[in-house]
Design a protein around this ligand. Structure first.
Ligand SMILES: Nc1ncnc2c1ncn2[C@@H]1O[C@H](COP(=O)(O)OP(=O)(O)OP(=O)(O)O)[C@@H](O)[C@H]1O
Ligand SMILES: Nc1ncnc2c1ncn2[C@@H]1O[C@H](COP(=O)(O)OP(=O)(O)OP(=O)(O)O)[C@@H](O)[C@H]1O
Ligand SMILES: [Mg+2]
Ligand SMILES: [Mg+2]
Lengths: 166, 165, 166, 165
């Protein structure tokens, strides 16, 4: 079990270093595993150095930088044992426009590599990147209904008027 | 292997029979707060065999059954069916398409079906386990996992690695 | 100290009930204080029932409902001992358009009542609600600079081109 | 009482002298990820007397001094000045306007000024304490506080109430 953990860890670590460099267009990140020998509790340090900035622990990054770094690590772990489909629930919320684009570039890369994505989002750019879009509504309180939605260059603020019922 | 179709009736905020056809690429799910998007994610987890009510944001499994709305009474059963295309022969069955169905009744009784044939929960779980995917048949990325990685406590961060291993 | 806590709690609880009803346009919420007698640890339950839905604990609400309920509670506590100024750091991220509008209505109400607000946000509607807007940029890596910004009906995506340096 | 002006130099990502004039109503602060918005919030906390480096996202107080960027070396001092309008006579001073200034040098030495006159940190903290506002002179709402209210642990939720009392 210990060996399996270390094998997973080493693979995830390498994936993380590569994905971070890709998502942050430069910069470096690393996973540092310490301790684990009694009486020291094993500790996992996540450190990152965005391009042109200082090396810090993940907790010291800005809100959006933290989120993007954590996403890089979730994908790094995912790559160790990839699944045919991935469901993302609103993880793009703290990202600014530039970071959303980088995030979507990674999604498309995995998608071309045969991973199916189902992405729940409030973000307009993520909606534009989707091949298929479904809207969930609750016209009658407490009762959910699903409609298919088209963007067609319309500002997404008029999503509800453009809904095409299935 | 990919998901082609999800059919829900009586599960959480979906009392009426509802269908979603997923694309092979990126399917986006949008809508206002509280309208039922995360409930779709819960439905997929549940039909694939999730047994922990907390991971479905409930205290008891019975809580996934639609419990009423203004003018609409609760229903007696929750049912979710997921159609999986076996396009690369990953699943250990002869079919090119597999439909897994799960039902839960208020009495606490459960039913499981594989291509409309009754089976045990074990059969559904093992269907994916044998592919080497196991609980990795699908990956879910949520804010709770991001919070775990950002946590001050090492055990929270390590927890995600131990689950992946 | 125990008395002060209870006094604070009762006031916050009443504010919370009122604010929630206002933010959710109906529905009810409550704070339930239990235990505190040995050996039982004191427990604070936060329960809420959005209009037309069932009573649940805050953790069982949807992502956006949770956030709006927590915001109602933060303001409820704030009202017990109001300060002349309030700084909000991106707490509007999980809210959809309709909820952002309700959130901004509460902000304006406090603002008219003499509370000064400094709101850090990525949300277009919140930006439109501001009386004054400042943009923070990092043209030179690692060096922050502040510019004043005008929205003027431009899609906020061209924020950087519209920046008017101070 | 309201904040009219914040002046920063050498603090975190602001090596160059920078000024912000706040409105009496709602002032919005926008910009890309990592550009320095939360650092402005940290600057306001710090000049008003915050002594806990963790609340400023650092391990040691020295970490608030600008520590360099590509082509720009670190500086030796962080300085923040906050101008507060005493328009309703809440502050116990004769002035209609109060400027509080805080400096930290790499040596670890600190300087505090009230209307350009050297004072002790205690004097700055008590200025607001006497108004009955104390650490409530300003309210900060951040995601960490929302997470505390949503936490599964009762002590996290209660913690916020105890702080308010
Ligand atoms: N058993 C049930 N019966 C009826 N309604 C339910 C049941 N379980 C959950 N719900 C309802 O489902 C709603 C939550 O939906 P969900 O969490 O999917 O929202 P969401 O679309 O993800 O929103 P957000 O954008 O805020 O995350 C709640 O309003 C809740 O009342
Ligand atoms: N002492 C310091 N010297 C130089 N740069 C610093 C210092 N402390 C923090 N920084 C930089 O400040 C940046 C973080 O800024 P901040 O947290 O204000 O971002 P933000 O605008 O709030 O972003 P987000 O939208 O992602 O929350 C980091 O890139 C960090 O490198
Ligand atoms: Mg949700
Ligand atoms: Mg920030």
């Amino acid at each position: 079990a210990r060996e399996l953990f270390m094998k997973t860890f080493e693979q995830a670590r390498e994936n993380f270093q590569n994905l971070f460099a890709e998502l942050f267009e430069g910069g470096q990140a690393d996973l540092i595993l310490e301790g684990g020998g009694d009486p020291i509790e094993p500790d996992l340090k996540i450190v990152a150095r965005p391009k042109g900035k200082k090396l810090v622990t993940i907790q010291q990054l800005s809100g959006g930088e933290k989120a993007l770094t954590a996403i890089a690590l979730l994908f790094a772990l995912y790559m160790v044992k990839p699944s045919p489909f991935c469901i993302l629930d609103e993880i793009d919320a703290p990202l600014d426009d530039a970071n959303i684009d980088r995030f979507l570039a990674i999604i498309r890369k995995f998608s071309t590599g045969d991973t199916q994505f189902i992405i729940i989002t409030h973000n307009k750019r993520t909606m534009e990147a989707a091949d298929v879009l479904y809207g969930v509504t609750m016209e009658k309180t407490g009762i959910s209904k699903i409609v298919s939605v088209r963007l067609e260059g319309q500002p997404v603020g008029v999503l509800s008027e453009r809904e095409v019922s299935e | 292997m990919f998901l082609s179709r999800l059919e829900i009736v009586g599960f959480k905020s979906f009392p009426e029979r509802t269908e979603v056809r997923f694309g092979t690429g990126i399917t986006g799910i949008v809508g206002p707060n509280g309208c039922g998007k995360t409930n779709l994610l819960d439905a997929i987890r549940w039909v694939m065999g999730e047994q922990r009510p907390t991971l479905l944001r409930g205290g008891r499994m019975e809580e996934v059954i639609f419990n009423g709305a203004p003018g609409v009474g609760p229903v007696g059963m929750a049912e979710v069916s997921l159609t999986v295309e076996n396009n690369r022969g990953i699943l250990p069955v002869e079919y090119s398409e597999v439909v897994i169905t799960r039902r839960l009744f208020r009495s606490g009784e459960s039913e499981y079906l594989l291509n409309r044939v009754p089976c045990r929960l074990k059969d559904i779980v093992e269907l994916f386990l044998d592919t080497g995917m196991g609980s990795h048949a699908y990956a879910v990325f949520q804010q709770t996992m991001i919070d775990a990685l950002l946590s001050e406590k090492p055990e929270d961060r390590l927890g995600l690695f131990e689950e992946a291993a």
